[in-house]
Write a protein that binds this ligand. Sequence first.
Ligand SMILES: [Zn+2]
Length: 274
Amino acid sequence: MPELPEVETVVRTLRPRLLGATVAAVWTSGKGLRLARPIDRAVLARLSVAARIAAVRRKGKYILVDLDRGQAGILIHLGMSGRLRLQAAREARAPHTHVVWSLAGGDELRFVDPRRFGWVAASQNVDALPEVAGLGPDALLEMDAFRLRDLLAASDAPLKSFLLDQKRIAGLGNIYVCEALFRARLHPRTPARRAAGRAAALLHAIRAALKVALANRGTSMRDFVDAEGRRGKNAAALLVYGRAGEPCHVCGTPVRRSLDSGRSTFYCPHCQRS
Ligand SMILES: [Zn+2]
């Protein structure tokens, strides 16, 4: 599932090619996406068609495309398997294409999502959409150590689920939570409250994990590609995620994998004490 570095990589590949472009038409497949909800095609078309793209930005794992109509914009979440591709209209559309914005000049921005856990919506005020308004501070750009300390101190949740909660801190998923906790030498099951004194170190570890991944243009475990179809190179740089049984880079102890509520957690039982 694409997390902050993968979403940011998509935004960075799209931004220079989308800025200033005018939307000529919108097409949707009519199939429901996340939770089988249908896209509101009427609103999407009314706000997008004939609008110019004024900004392409990210908050947490959401892509926000601002239009030159007040606060209007488009929200896109890649879900599990969603991709945004910018391709010439003459190129064949991939199977599972669910939304297409035709741009003046002949390119198409295409949302492709085989598993349909992604989401696309448009609004007069994109930042006021509940998906965006409900997010905590962005892990890369907005969170600060004091706020993180206060949030940690107020929670008994295990650190891993604390960091996965987008309402507290936005942008992290399974991969970068594992990486950040390893870098901070914190055990995934440690209650958040007990890590409050380590907030600055934890935030530093989170940003370090994200920045390495950004430099590598994201992690492609399965099918993540950027807006030009390129895979990320970060899998080889992961310290614990996906490395069960392999030696810890710090102490040599085999990296352990545990399974909770269907998600894998990777950690070093020696470096990360609970
Ligand atoms: Zn270790």
